[in-house]
Design a binder for this molecule. Structure first.
Ligand SMILES: [Mn+2]
Length: 226
């Protein structure tokens, strides 16, 4: 099953030229995954504008998590979030939750280590409770932030700012693919052991479109069910 991975679209969909450029880079197919940061400030109108675009893309299934910019999903009343998502039935929103599509098990979480009180930020003593929820049979793990040491270096300081607790869990779960974004300048793909890691950010550290082709990976279920 071919899956296309993107992340951190931020303001791109508000600018017609950028939006058209990004749309042309997406090949279409069965499944599209977005690993969070679909907005600049996380207002409902920004999120609706994003979802209007995202839901129109030529994919059978569209899977989405929030990121640290997407405040609406953390702050709005749950019934408002549910009402917004009800307008986009072709989009599957994950929030410390999973979905199985064509036998492939996806798990998504928006949580990132605390950094100036953005959305879904968690202190070290809180974050492991989120990661503990990730099932061992996950094929595709979607988090907004990277694990420590993998495609997580800041361009200015060269610091590795990924989550060390998430790295522990990735080693437990061994997903086929772990996709994230958040540290835009870490954009790229690497394989370590049996896991392909993708930093799928479509913009650079200055929020300009990279113009690279997104990662497309052929994923088969780890534990096929018959
Ligand atoms: Mn971002």
């Amino acid at each position: 099953m071919e899956i296309t991975f993107i992340s951190d679209t931020h303001h791109i969909v508000s600018n017609q030229e950028d939006r058209d450029d990004l749309t042309l880079l997406l090949p279409g197919g069965p499944i599209l995954v977005h690993a969070g940061d679909m907005s600049g400030r996380g207002t409902e109108s920004e999120i609706r504008r994003f979802l209007d675009w995202f839901s129109s893309l030529p994919y059978m299934h569209k899977i989405l998590i929030a990121g640290n910019h997407d405040f609406f999903f953390e702050i709005a009343k749950p019934e408002l979030v549910a009402a917004l998502l009800a307008d986009y039935p072709e989009v599957t929103y994950l929030n410390d939750s999973g979905v199985t599509i064509e036998g492939i098990k996806f798990w998504g979480s928006p949580v990132t280590p605390w950094f100036h009180n953005w959305a879904f930020n968690r202190y070290p003593q809180e974050i492991e409770a989120h990661w503990d929820l990730i099932p061992n049979d996950t094929d595709v793990l979607i988090t907004h932030g990277p694990p420590q040491g993998i495609l997580d270096k800041t361009i200015r300081e060269g610091w590795s700012v990924g989550c060390k607790y998430l790295l522990k869990v990735v080693n437990r779960v061994n997903p086929k693919v772990h996709v994230f974004g958040h540290i835009h300048e870490g954009m790229g793909q690497t394989q370590i052991g049996g896991t392909i890691f993708i930093n799928a950010a479509v913009v650079d550290e200055r929020y300009h479109l990279w113009h690279n082709k997104p990662s497309v990976i052929n994923v088969e279920p780890k534990f096929p069910t018959f």
